[in-house]
Structure formats: structure tokens, C-alpha cells
Write a protein of this length. Structure first.
Length: 153
């Protein structure tokens, strides 16, 4: 049974790799103008709702933006030019996904730094050993004994 494990695992990995390659090389039909307009609208933030995309929102502002997207595409602009038009008009805020890689890596960096600081703090706390008191001398013991006897009397 153990002899078959490696060949079966290798065959499974090869089959998975072949599926990934086939999916990557599969021809994709070009999007229609309506599909392009919907895709762009799904990437833009609604100016009124702010938590919904223009495609999801039912406000008048979102409807106007959807109409403007369709008009710009019909005028021959590319989807990237349409996105750029709205970024120039509203700023980067209009995009639901930030374009800067810093926006994606900043939370990861903050978590890593926080984890490192927590580990350093915990290690520092464990490495500090409480000082051990030396044993009491015979003179100190006799003085303590005398004081206890005075208190009991």
C-alpha cells in the first residue's frame, strides 16, 4: 500500500496541474458592452451609499453613473479609460478596490509587526527571573525568633 502512495500522489498532482493549465489557456469570449458596463459598475463605489457598488445601488446617482458608463463605452472608450474618467472626477475613493499595492500590504505588515512585538514582549517577561533571596543567617533567625516571642507574650 505504501508503494502505491507516491505514484498516486504524483498522478493526482499532475492531473491537478493539467487542469490549471487548461483553465489558464481556455479561450474566453469577449465581453459584450452590457457585460463590460456591469463589470465597471461593480468596481465603482456608489457616491450616496458608499458601502455598495454602483451596480448594486438603486440611488439616482448610481443610475446616472451606470448610464454614463454605457455612454462612454458606446463612444468607443476602453474600460480602463472609463475607470480613469471616474477616478479623475471623484478621486481614488470611487474605486472599491485600491490600486496601490501599499494598501494591500500595509495590514499584513501591521499584523507581522504586532506579532513580533508581542513575541518580544512575552520573551522579555519570561526571561526576567525574580531574584532569589539568600538564606537567613543564624543571627537573623534568632532575632526573628526573639521578636515573635515578644509578640506572643
Amino acid at each position: 500500500m505504501k508503494r502505491l502512495a507516491l505514484p498516486v500522489a504524483m498522478a493526482a498532482l499532475l492531473a491537478l496541474g493539467a487542469l490549471v493549465v487548461l483553465e489558464a489557456l481556455r479561450p474566453v469570449a469577449p465581453l459584450t458592452a452590457a457585460e463590460q458596463a456591469h463589470q465597471i459598475a461593480a468596481e465603482l463605489r456608489c457616491p450616496d451609499c458608499q458601502s455598495l457598488s454602483v451596480a448594486e445601488s438603486q440611488t439616482a446617482a448610481a443610475a446616472a453613473i451606470r448610464t454614463q458608463i454605457a455612454d462612454l463605452l458606446a463612444a468607443g472608450q476602453t474600460p480602463e479609460q472609463v475607470r480613469r474618467h471616474f477616478v479623475e472626477r471623484y478621486g481614488e475613493w470611487i474605486l472599491l478596490e485600491p490600486t496601490s499595492p501599499l494598501a494591500w500590504w500595509l495590514p499584513v505588515a501591521a499584523i507581522l509587526v504586532g506579532t513580533g512585538l508581542l513575541g518580544w514582549w512575552l520573551r522579555r517577561g519570561r526571561s526576567t527571573v525574580a531574584p532569589v533571596m539568600p538564606p537567613a543567617s543564624d543571627g537573623t533567625r534568632s532575632r526573628i525568633r526573639d521578636e515573635v516571642e515578644q509578640l506572643d507574650a
